[in-house]
Design a protein around this ligand. Structure first.
Ligand code: F6R
Length: 589
């Protein structure tokens, strides 16, 4: 949530900041701003809307500056609430949440200070300005000691015209040396370029970007050295490669992602020691949010059915508040594309405190989650730009199914091999294109329903989440058998219902729910492995997908549902890559 960027060097700062912000827009895009210093003064340009709104500021003069793209938390979407925020000689951008902002604001107000915005971030500028005695680093350090919550900060001061001070606590922050200057940003793409040396700050660390020097400090302001991180330019520089939207491109990447993820998982240097942990594992907890939560549910289905090991899956934002029972020897798997989701990180910290072994399934090598976990299983989805997760979901599934196969081997059970799923995904994408013809039934509908049984219900839940987040159509993903216990009341003439049927032994049972929905006027669509059901006169249209082991079927059945959400969003005239109110990386609790 929110992206920050900063630059000091030989080039003009404004174009560097604006280009960087475009690459961070996935983190938030309700308002935007930059501050550029020309040696004496700081000029601030802020606008409501996306980065393109500040294009006219490209010509702002000055070789040092900071920028911000916002996802509103404290205070509405207004120009006053947009960053950068200024108090006296201090100008800053902030990503995170100051949990004690209210009391700090009251304290400043009692001293007669007034505020220009409703944000929690502005109070940080007040604290730094109040602490400033000619040393910006010390002032930032003093201010950070007062903050409760999370922050990634980049701070300018008119009295130190060649310096940016940065600080990090629970919000990601990358700093580095580029060809013609020093850079800071929330994420690699904003600053990646050939030959750049990039470093990831850890919680509590500070960094000073001054002239041509980058200096790191630990939690007590002791100077430290850091190792540069690896990054892959081909992955880190976003490119739509001719597609209208990243989301559609990312769906097409699923087969490649599956073969890569599957090939890499057991090569992972951690895997052999993780295998020893799996040998002792009697109980697994999975924590995750949103789409990643759905991949956890799919994993539960596979692991319990194949390995007979109990698995509980928790929505991460609830985990801390249910006082979870974590028996000795619990393996906790945190699933997170970004590795930065605040709720997931909080759940992991609690489980760690209570003695669970932490494994992470994540797509981002340098993320906060990787630092907390003892084993990290990287998904090889490559950078996912569209806010709605697609290929990362499939990558999480193949990784978790591979864990399932290892557990089965240890337990002397037979798990179907995961090889072959990539090729099946390829043909699923081809047949999945048929969903395009379904869109008129969804555009203008007042709600939509996705149903299935067993693993199919988790694919249904994920299909529903995709549809609602990018087309804004109210939608529910449901266990097919539950429909008649309440939700059926919402079905009326023309209500679109998508049934997912991939398990032969319970196919007829799901078809019963189809009959019930059809009898109330629903327009029923089908995603199935079994052609005979497509011939039923009750079905408006269907997509036939390859038959894979039913425990793994969501990895395929979700693909037409992802495509459906995409085409409905486009048909509604929305931008599927940047759904309203959402952001890719949710770094606030
Ligand atoms: C939905 C979506 C979100 C994320 C959720 C968790 O398309 O993308 O529901 O899945 O915010 O994010 P990560 O996986 O980064 O922890």
């Amino acid at each position: 949530m929110c992206g920050i960027v900063g630059y000091v060097g030989r080039k003009q700062a404004a174009p560097v900041l604006i280009d960087g912000l475009y690459r961070l827009e996935y983190r938030g895009y309700d308002s935007v701003g930059i501050a550029v210093m020309d040696g004496k003064q700081i000029e601030i340009v802020r606008k409501v809307g996306r980065v393109k709104e500040i294009e006219p500021a490209r010509g702002t003069f000055g070789c040092i500056g900071i920028g911000h793209t916002r996802w509103a938390t404290h205070g509405g979407v207004t120009e006053q609430n947009a960053h950068p925020h200024r108090h006296k000689n201090i100008v800053l951008v902030h990503n995170g949440i100051v949990e004690n902002a209210f009391s700090l604001r009251e304290e400043c107000s009692a001293k007669g200070e007034s505020f220009c915005s409703e944000t929690d971030s502005e109070v940080i500028a007040h604290l730094i300005a109040d602490a400033y005695r000619g040393d910006l680093l010390k002032a930032v350090f003093e201010a950070c000691r007062r903050l409760v919550g999370s922050y990634a900060l980049a701070v300018l001061c008119t009295d130190e015209p060649d310096t940016i001070v940065c600080a990090r606590m629970k919000s990601p922050l990358i700093v580095g040396r580029a060809k013609e200057g020093l850079v800071v940003a929330s994420d690699i793409p904003a600053v990646a370029e050939e030959g750049a040396q990039l470093y990831s700050l850890s919680d509590g660390e500070f960094c000073v970007l001054k002239g041509e020097e980058l200096t790191f400090f630990d939690t007590t302001l002791g100077e430290i050295e850091k190792d540069a991180i690896d990054f892959d330019l081909s992955d880190d520089l976003p490119d739509r490669k001719g597609y209208h939207h990243y989301m559609r491109k990312e769906i097409d990447e699923i087969p490649k992602v599956l073969s890569l993820s599957q090939a890499k998982i057991t090569e992972n240097s951690c895997f052999s020691s993780f295998y020893r942990v799996l040998c002792q594992t009697e109980y697994i907890q999975i924590v995750a949010c949103g789409t990643a939560y759905h991949s956890g549910l799919c994993a539960k289905e596979a692991i319990e059915r194949i390995c007979r090991i109990p698995v509980d899956v928790f929505v991460a934002s609830e985990y801390r508040y249910c006082d979870p029972i974590i028996p000795k020897g619990t393996l906790l798997i945190a699933v997170s594309q970004s590795g930065e989701t605040a709720d997931t990180l909080a759940a992991v910290r609690l489980a760690k405190e209570r003695g669970a072994y932490i494994a992470a399934v994540t797509n981002v090598t340098y993320s906060s989650l990787t630092r907390l976990a003892r084993t990290v299983l990287y998904t090889r989805a490559g950078r996912e730009i569209a806010v709605a997760a697609t290929k990362s979901f499939n990558a999480q599934l193949i990784t978790l199914y591979s864990v399932c196969c290892a557990l089965a081997e240890i337990r002397g059970k037979t798990a179907p091999p995961v090889g072959g799923l990539a090729a099946m995904a390829e043909s699923t994408i081809v047949t999945g294109e048929q969903v395009r013809s379904w869109t008129p039934h969804f555009v203008g509908a007042s709600s939509a329903y996705f149903i299935g049984r067993g693993a199919d219900r988790y694919a249904a839940m994920e299909g529903s989440l995709k549809l609602k987040e990018i087309s804004y159509l109210p939608s529910e993903g449901y266990a097919a058998g539950e429909l008649k216990h309440g939700t059926l009341a919402l079905i009326e003439k023309g209500t679109p219902v998508v049934a997912v049927i991939t398990r032969r032994d319970i196919a007829e049972k799901t078809m019963s729910a189809v009959h019930e929905a059809y009898a109330r006027g629903a327009s029923v669509f089908l995603v199935t492995c079994f052609e005979e059901f497509c011939r039923s006169p009750e079905i408006v249209s269907s997509v036939v997908i390859p038959e894979c082991p039913p425990e793994y079927s969501p990895i395929l059945s979700v693909i037409p549902l992802q495509m459906l959400a995409y085409y409905v969003s486009v048909a509604c005239g929305h931008d599927p890559d940047k759904p309203r109110n959402l952001a890719k990386s949710v770094t606030v609790e």
